[in-house]
Design a protein around this ligand. Structure first.
Ligand code: PHE
Length: 452
């Protein structure tokens, strides 16, 4: 493919802005919605413990690897692999990443749309007890409404990415992320003063190892990976806008810490109120759109709390969506020489259209199922998060651990003060621990491994 000379590469305006943008990518529906209910399902503190181990053993090492690959090449995922090892294989890992970004964004915006719809409804109507389930069902049943809100969410995403790195993504992350964290802490404190606080906290944090099944362990590994936005080049792309004086090791630790912190705080915000109003905590995926609205309906200040809650979730979701779109946009800008404006509008629109089947899979096309009864939305989600991300992550780990030379890697992270043998520890993890753990996850999800 001809490599066209493109515009000068943009850079983050500040290290702080970069950390907020990357944290914005990491903190999203994965933390707010998936982590709390999975933790509740698989033994609370026991799940949290495995999740923490996964963040340290697989998450942080791959995060560092993606930043190294991105910053050293200053390119999109495909261009980055090609710049480092130009053969038939490695650029394909970049292609897989771009494709994964495309797929995840297409259905992520559908859920993003649901959240916008809930913000809108909490402004115009009230949460009513006993009605949340029916309301959610009737919303899901309306193709036009689903596609409309999906489009609005995509519109916001396109708008932010249009501004570019420092005056789009970074500028908005600097507004949305601090606002998100402040709202999250306020709601958490409010929850901790509710009568169900003690029960809620122990539900989330008290380890019950009997509930930590094998599936739970795998779920914790997969969630940690999805939650840190790893395995598809989003962090690689953000790393490609870094300049040389940002400390990759320290930033990675900060981002991983903030991501995990937000996941736990989300749990501490949700479970106390769920227990206060006696709703079944094991509600699974419907928690956000059915259980919580029920809870808000029973609370004296529920209208305000519910509105604030959906606003903060929207902030988290939008800062993740922009990182997904940026992967695809930067790829087309670098490789085909498109302007940001053209890449952003056109691809944003194409991904919006590609997301329509996911929106319709809850109504008009709900009859279309495959893969053990999954609808289109579930098929795409499971394809991307259970297969494409771990496969991408596995190859990124192999590439960083075994293909790149020490010289190439040390140029990016060794110069950092090495008091705790940071580089050496990272290297053992990325060479052995991370790929083996990811391989086990993959073999297990594909059914090739079922004996443990
Ligand atoms: N990390 C995001 C979340 O937790 C999802 C995401 C995955 C974003 C992969 C970008 C890339 O919701």
């Amino acid at each position: 493919m001809p490599l066209k000379k493109t515009q000068k590469r943009e850079h983050w305006a500040s290290k702080f802005g970069f950390v907020l943008a990357a944290t914005g990518s990491a903190v999203g529906l994965g933390n707010m919605w998936r982590f709390p209910y999975k933790a509740g399902e698989f033994g609370g503190g026991a799940f949290v413990l495995v999740y923490l181990i996964a963040v340290i053993a697989m998450g942080i090492p791959v995060l560092i690897a993606e930043f190294i690959i991105g910053r050293s090449t200053q390119k999109n995922p495909v261009g980055a692999f090609r710049a480092l090892r130009n053969n038939k294989f490695w650029p394909l890992v970049g292609w897989l990443g771009v494709l994964t970004g495309f797929v995840i964004l297409s259905y992520y915006c559908v859920v993003g749309g649901w959240i916008l719809k809930y913000i809108f409804s909490s402004l115009t109507g009230t949460f009513q007890t006993g009605a949340a389930g029916v309301r959610f069902e009737s919303f899901l049943a309306s193709p036009a409404e689903m596609v409309f809100w999906h489009g609005i969410f995509m519109g916001f995403t396109i708008f932010i990415v249009r501004g570019g790195i420092s005056s789009g993504i970074e500028k908005w992350s600097k507004i949305l992320m601090p606002a998100f964290i402040i709202l999250l802490l306020i709601l958490m404190i409010n929850s901790l003063f509710s009568p169900g606080a003690e029960k809620g906290i122990s539900f989330l944090l008290k380890p019950d190892f009997s509930k930590l099944t094998r599936e739970g362990i795998l779920e914790a590994l997969g969630s940690a990976f999805f939650s840190l936005s790893l395995g598809m080049g989003a962090m690689l792309t953000y790393g490609s806008y870094l300049d040389k004086d940002t400390n990759i090791s320290v930033s990675s630790l900060e981002i991983a810490f903030l991501d995990t912190f937000c996941a736990i705080i989300a749990g501490l915000m949700i479970f106390p109120i769920v227990f206060t109003y006696n709703v079944d905590p094991k509600v699974g995926p419907g928690m956000f759109f059915i259980t919580l609205p029920e809870v808000f309906a029973s609370m004296p200040t529920g209208q305000l709390i519910g509105f604030t809650f959906f606003v903060l979730v929207a902030f988290a979701a939008i800062t993740s969506a922009i990182s997904l779109l940026e992967v695809v946009v930067s790829f087309v800008m670098d490789e085909f020489g498109w302007t940001r404006k053209k890449a952003d509008y056109l691809l944003g629109f194409v991904i919006f259209v590609a997301g329509i089947p996911s929106a319709l899979s809850f109504n008009l096309w709900s009859g279309f199922t495959a893969w053990g009864g999954k609808n289109i939305f579930d098929i795409l989600d499971s394809l991307a998060s259970n297969y494409m991300l771990p496969i991408g992550g596995f190859f990124i780990a192999i590439f960083a651990g075994w293909i790149l030379t020490h010289g190439e890697k040390e140029a990016e992270i060794k110069k950092v003060e090495n008091a705790f043998h940071f580089y050496d520890i990272w290297h053992v993890l990325i060479q052995y621990v991370t790929p083996v753990a990811l391989l086990i996850v993959l073999l297990y999800t594909t059914g090739a491994l079922s004996f443990f």
